[in-house]
Design a protein around this ligand. Structure first.
Ligand SMILES: C[S@@+](CC[C@H](N)C(=O)[O-])C[C@H]1O[C@@H](n2cnc3c(N)ncnc32)[C@H](O)[C@@H]1O
Length: 454
């Protein structure tokens, strides 16, 4: 790996006698992690079915593990069941350090492909609301799939600029995650393109974006709300310097100090202009101090007054108001038919009671997609099967992990299994995978085409 000379000189000046150790980290292996989905199973249940040998705990994220080279977690049926997310271990820090309380309204402002959104969504435990946003609609589609696979029900997904979101959500959120677009110096070890991008775009371009995003996040925070700012870069301009400039502009905000564990170091006030001690309450993850690529994390609280001016969705419909949907839900599930929904071009989305009105925004998913009313029938979505435990479904077929039918199902094949006539949910080791339709000993495979195993 050839590091840009300018970068090397700068980091040497910053790290001084740590510089050699930092350079040595480029010969260390790439660290890969998985994070268990606590919406679907607890630690004990995971330990009972874990298919990977020698997982090692990530010290700053209690659901995180390093897996070994040769493991293929993305190819395992448990990945299709949404039991875990694959994530670089240092990237687990922002989602682990942001305080989340039951019922919080959380915004993940730069969310794709969904590492931190799935983490925070799991921590919300299906309470409150998670709005996940990314400026790129293409990346937001990948984000949507990850959120759906995780079974996060209380979520909305948008593809917007922070400026446009801020016009809708003034003073609305309790917590905001800003995993800012950055110069990506922490990605150099595993991705040569990150070096090219650093040389092309430069740090100043990223700083401009970060300043705008932080300002908009401030507008969207409630009084006492907290935002967690993170980057995967080392440059002080995008980290301590960015926070310092923000706090100068907003004296009603303060850093909530965080304490590093497992080799995580504190922020470096000496790398800022003001050298304010409070900046040491931020965290720095370095590849020469821990097993991870690198991150910066800082938690900020807004104390100033803010008023929630966000328009709420006027819920006019519930499941019971659409006869075909009501019949499907009552026949096949134990879902409450009073649950609020919205209907958009025959597609039905589950809503939370206090959902915000997203009109005028570029919306990727307005609530959890339940399915489609089509030619006087209801086609249930893949998401519906993944978003609830097996007990929610009246007909559930469970397969053992070694059963060849698991892979056949994930590949979209028809299965020869006796089951009650009509819709069934099929799953593996107690965890739903998707729908099948049973008739005369045959299961028609309804596993969504774009989710199939290759
Ligand atoms: C570091 S990545 C986010 C990674 C993500 N948080 C995760 O954990 O999977 C930064 C993201 O910011 C998005 N982005 C860039 N500029 C943005 C803006 N002005 N508003 C919102 N998102 C933006 C990029 O498309 C990119 O997906």
């Amino acid at each position: 790996m050839e590091l840009p000379v300018k970068f090397k000189e700068k980091i040497q000046g910053l790290l001084q006698d740590e510089f050699e150790a930092y350079l040595d980290s480029y010969s260390f292996p790439e660290y890969q992690g998985i994070r268990i989905n606590t919406l679907k199973l607890g630690k004990e249940a995971w330990d009972n079915i874990c298919p990977f040998e020698g997982l090692e705990a990530v010290s700053w994220c209690k659901e995180g593990y390093y897996y070994q080279e040769g493991d293929r977690p993305g190819k395992h049926p448990y990945y299709h069941a949404g039991l875990y997310y694959m994530q670089e271990p240092s990237a687990m820090a922002p989602g682990a350090y942001i305080p989340i309380e039951e019922g919080d309204k959380v915004l993940d402002l730069c969310a794709a492909p969904g590492g931190k959104s799935t983490q925070v969504g799991a921590r919300l435990g299906q309470t409150g609301l998670l709005v996940s946003n990314d400026i790129s609609a293409t990346r937001a589609m990948a984000l949507m799939k990850n959120i759906e696979n995780f079974g996060i029900r209380n979520s909305m997904i948008t593809a917007e600029t922070s400026e446009r979101l801020a016009t809708k959500f003034k003073g609305y959120f309790n917590k905001i995650l800003i995993d800012a677009p950055c110069s990506g110096e922490g990605m150099f070890r595993k991705n040569e393109n990150a070096v090219k991008s650093w040389e092309t775009h430069g740090i100043e371009h990223c700083c401009t974006l970060q300043r705008i995003i932080l300002e908009d996040a401030y507008t969207m925070l409630k009084t006492d709300g907290m935002m967690l700012y993170s980057t995967c870069t080392f440059s002080p301009e995008e980290n301590e310097g960015m926070i310092e400039a923000f706090l100068e502009k907003h004296p009603d905000c303060q850093i909530i100090p965080l304490t590093g564990v497992g080799g995580i170091k504190q922020g470096r006030p000496e790398w800022s202009d003001s050298k304010k001690d409070t900046l040491s309450g931020a965290l720095r993850l370095w590849p020469h101090h821990l097993k991870g690529e690198g991150h910066f994390v800082c938690l900020i609280q807004k104390l100033g007054e803010a008023f929630d001016e966000t328009k709420r969705l006027s819920i006019k419909k519930r499941i019971k108001d659409i006869p075909i949907l009501k019949e499907f839900i009552e026949t096949n599930t134990h879902l409450d038919i009073n649950t609020p929904i919205i209907e958009l071009k025959n597609k039905i989305y589950l809503q939370t009671e206090d959902a915000p009105d997203l009109e005028g925004l570029r919306v990727i998913r307005s609530g959890m997609y339940l399915g489609e009313v089509k030619n006087k029938r209801f086609d249930p979505s893949q998401v519906l099967a993944l978003a609830y435990p097996k007990e929610m479904f009246k007909n559930y077929i469970d397969l053992q992990i070694e059963d060849a039918n698991v892979i056949k199902y994930l590949k979209g094949e028809t299965l020869l299994i006796e089951a009650p006539k009509g819709f069934n949910v099929i799953g593996v080791m107690g965890h739903p995978l998707g729908w099948v339709k049973s008739q005369n000993g045959t299961l028609k495979n309804l596993y969504a085409t774009n989710w199939r195993m290759m």
